[in-house]
Design a protein around this ligand. Structure first.
Ligand SMILES: [Zn+2]
Length: 115
């Protein structure tokens, strides 16, 4: 006896995004690069070497909360787009993802005069 075939029924409703504040960094790299040409700096060999050297010296520990995640960020204390020195050891800190995100959002709010 032949079994009846099951068909996928197309949903009648499609989900919509009702969020008024869109999630952080959802644009493509190309779109973000267009909005902020200083992003290109992060793919240079000079930055990659500097980043590796500083993280090796200081260890993979967040300088804000002391977490030791697998992935750490070398953060510019004064951001490049705010005129911070790109390869100055006194202008960088090792941060975990959470602290880096919080710090970046805060810097953005200050830049746009929201705080
Ligand atoms: Zn942290």
């Amino acid at each position: 006896m032949k079994r009846p075939r099951l068909r996928q029924i197309k949903p009648l409703l499609t989900p919509i995004d009702t969020r008024t504040v869109k999630p952080f960094n959802t644009r493509s790299y190309k779109a973000r690069l267009q909005a902020d040409p200083s992003l290109k700096f992060y793919s240079t060999a000079a930055w990659q070497q500097f980043r590796s050297a500083v993280i090796a010296e200081r260890g993979r520990r967040c300088e804000t909360c002391s977490a030791t995640p697998d992935t750490v960020y070398l953060d510019h204390i004064e951001e490049l787009r705010d005129g911070g020195a790109p390869l100055d050891r006194s202008n960088v800190q090792v941060l975990c993802g959470s602290c880096h995100q919080k710090k970046s959002i805060r810097a953005r709010m200050v830049r746009f005069g929201l705080v």
